[in-house]
Design a protein around this ligand. Structure first.
Ligand code: HEC
Length: 157
């Protein structure tokens, strides 16, 4: 996102410079023949760095795929959304090494290795069996499914 903004800013600057140059051109009278070539090179440089560098960064980011969990488990889009939701809603209470969480209120999910159905059930109903309290309905519907997918894929890895 930031990269796109930077690229947009570069392009805006390039267009602005081009407009100013075009306006100023005729008033200055005849230019030395090298002037336009220099300007063209300048424009090419701006395009190369303004578009090339961000494009390169985007491609590079795609390589170190955001869908790969911390422990190298390949995640689907749903699972990687589940990972984000887990970090925001569950990490304070549960340890799960892939999400980098060390919560101690609830059971360590790396040790429990809950199947998806158990995760979804725990989210829907909450849990209160002594060790503490897990509120019901922290997240709903698709988010709960995604977290279940994610946790069952990475727990214990
Ligand atoms: C406020 C702390 C807290 C939060 C937040 C929390 N949990 Fe829990 N969770 C617990 C506690 C405490 C238990 C153990 C309940 C018990 O057995 O007494 C538990 C149990 C579980 C279990 C085991 C259920 C079972 O039947 O063995 C799973 C799976 C689980 N949580 C997943 C999640 C997920 C996924 C989230 C995020 C949506 C989450 N928890 C958020 C505190 C929390």
């Amino acid at each position: 996102m930031t990269i796109l903004l930077i690229a947009a800013a570069f392009i805006a600057i390039a267009i602005l410079v081009a407009l100013v140059a075009m306006r100023a051109g005729p008033r200055k009278g005849p230019e030395p023949s090298g002037g336009n070539a220099g300007f063209a090179i300048f424009m090419v440089l701006i395009v190369v760095f303004g578009l090339g560098a961000p494009a390169y960064a985007l491609v590079n980011n795609a390589d170190t795929s955001p869908t790969e969990g911390k422990d190298g488990v390949e995640l689907t889009t749903a699972q990687s959304e589940g990972r984000d939701m887990f970090i925001h809603n569950c990490a304070t209470c549960h340890t799960l090494s892939d999400a980098g969480s060390t919560g101690m209120v609830g059971p360590n999910l790396d040790e429990l290795r809950p199947p998806k159905a158990l995760v979804v059930d725990a989210i829907a109903k909450g849990r209160a069996r002594g060790m503490g309290q897990m509120p019901a309905g922290l997240v709903g519907g698709q988010d709960a499914e995604n977290i279940g997918d994610y946790v069952s894929a990475v727990a214990g890895r």
